[in-house]
Write a protein that binds this ligand. Structure first.
Ligand code: PLP
Length: 421
């Protein structure tokens, strides 16, 4: 019997495939900053970042400095940008560990400059321009002043200029064209004053897959690398889902008609049936909203979630599935035989977005990494004349400079299993 109550299978080959698709969309010379915030959208930042770097991505984007430091602690040497903002207390550790910071105000610039001077380091910063997100970032009218201030700061190194797209439809939205125009205005003014340094980046997944132009030299995909994209967007079918979420039947009970199931008895058996209890709940990533409307796959067939989703358990009606037994695998997200439940389907039923579904796969869910061997073996074997260059333009004998393969792969360290952080 499977030793896991709940497991998230993470397919590193699917990740690699998606990165190849992203790389193609980014165009020749286009660099990829993979967004691994929120524990890589629930997939496990450590393993995802390490594998993606071996696949040749150039840098990482995170949500908080703690996420960046965790990766540094794990030996990641590639550039890491805290995409949003740090809070004051985080600045020191960021500078000490060469974590890049997005700047959006004069005050923050002054603070970082002063701190970097004290520590005797050069702080690496990106200027975030708010062209329509309305959240973080300096307004376009103030961007030039801030760039001049940065240039005049002895201990600041400008590593890039960024803006963030607000529309879920990416380049298909008028607002994105407006944002691009506004960003372009800042860039051309900065260019004429020779204030531009480092990379320029704007495109998230939606913008990348809807053909934002220009794409500049770096793209910042997150969700698409995990194989998820709004199915209405072009190219979403090229991606492969990375995560499957599975549990097992721990108890079966034949109940007579009229039996109430779960908290508040929100479901009653219309006829005699068989109820399976699964040891997975909303703490593990099954939204409470799936109460009486979600489904799981058992023996290749869909079984409805009946009664309320609870913290640790759900109940499903398997009366129509002959032979269903304790120990059977139940798939919450993923494929079993001819049936598939996608993250998009779960999100739709739960009335939320796909991002929230994968991000809420809880920490007690065992992450199990599969695949990824091909690349690892290729990087470790002696050069083989039959080797063809990989899609990333480097061969077995020339591993990517971004991440020398000195350190063993995260999934390898514990026998291809990494505990969720
Ligand atoms: C999260 C995030 C991204 C990635 O967005 P996806 O929609 O997941 O591709 C890119 N840039 C910034 C600033 C972000 O916060």
């Amino acid at each position: 019997m499977d030793p896991y109550r709940v497991k998230a299978e993470i397919d590193l080959d699917a990740l690699q495939h998606n990165l190849r698709v992203i790389r193609q969309r980014a165009g020749p010379g286009g660099r990829v900053m993979l967004v691994v915030k929120a524990d890589a959208y629930g997939h496990g930042a450590r393993a995802i970042a390490n594998h993606a770097l071996r696949c040749g991505i150039e840098s990482l984007g995170v949500g908080t400095s703690a996420e960046a430091l965790e990766l540094r602690h794990d030996g990641v040497r590639a550039p890491i940008l805290v995409l949003g903002t740090i809070i004051d207390d985080e600045a020191r550790d960021c500078l000490r560990h060469r974590v890049q910071i997005a700047l959006h105000s004069s005050d923050r610039r002054a603070q970082i400059q002063e701190l970097a001077r004290t520590l005797g380091v050069r702080a690496q910063v990106h200027l975030n321009v708010d062209t329509g997100m309305g959240r973080l970032g300096v307004l376009p009218g103030r961007a030039l002043d801030l760039l001049r201030e940065i240039r005049g700061s002895s201990h600041l190194e400008l590593c890039g200029l960024m803006t963030h797209v607000s529309a879920a439809e990416g380049a298909l939205a008028d607002s994105t064209r407006e944002q691009a125009r506004s960003f372009e205005g800042v860039l051309s003014a900065a260019r004429s004053e020779h204030l531009l340094r480092g990379s320029i980046h704007m495109a998230n997944s939606a913008a990348l897959f809807t053909g934002l132009r220009p794409l500049y030299d770096t793209v910042r995909p997150g969700i698409s690398a995990y194989g998820i994209l709004n199915p209405d967007l072009p190219g979403s079918g090229d991606l492969k889902p990375v995560l499957s979420l599975r549990t097992q039947i721990v108890f079966l009970k034949d109940v007579p008609a009229g039996t109430p199931i779960g908290y508040s008895s929100t479901w009653r058996a219309e006829r005699a049936t068989r109820i399976a209890t699964l040891p997975v709940g909303y703490h593990d990533g099954v939204p409470w909203r799936l109460s009486n409307c979600g489904e799981v796959i058992v023996r290749g067939r869909r079984a409805p979630i009946v009664g309320r989703v609870t913290m640790d358990y759900i109940t499903v009606d398997v009366g129509h599935i002959p032979g269903a037994a304790v120990g059977d695998t139940a798939t919450l997200i993923g494929t079993d035989r001819n049936e598939t439940i996608t993250v998009a389907e779960v999100a739709e039923k739960a009335g939320t977005i796909a991002y929230e579904i994968t991000c809420s796969v809880g920490r007690r869910v065992q992450r199990l990494y599969t695949g990824g061997e091909n690349l690892e073996l290729a990087a470790q074997r002696a050069p083989d004349p039959r080797n063809t260059p990989s899609a990333y333009g480097w061969t077995a004998s020339t591993p990517p400079s971004a991440q020398p393969p000195a350190r063993p792969a995260a999934p390898r360290e514990s026998g291809r299993e990494v505990r969720g952080s």
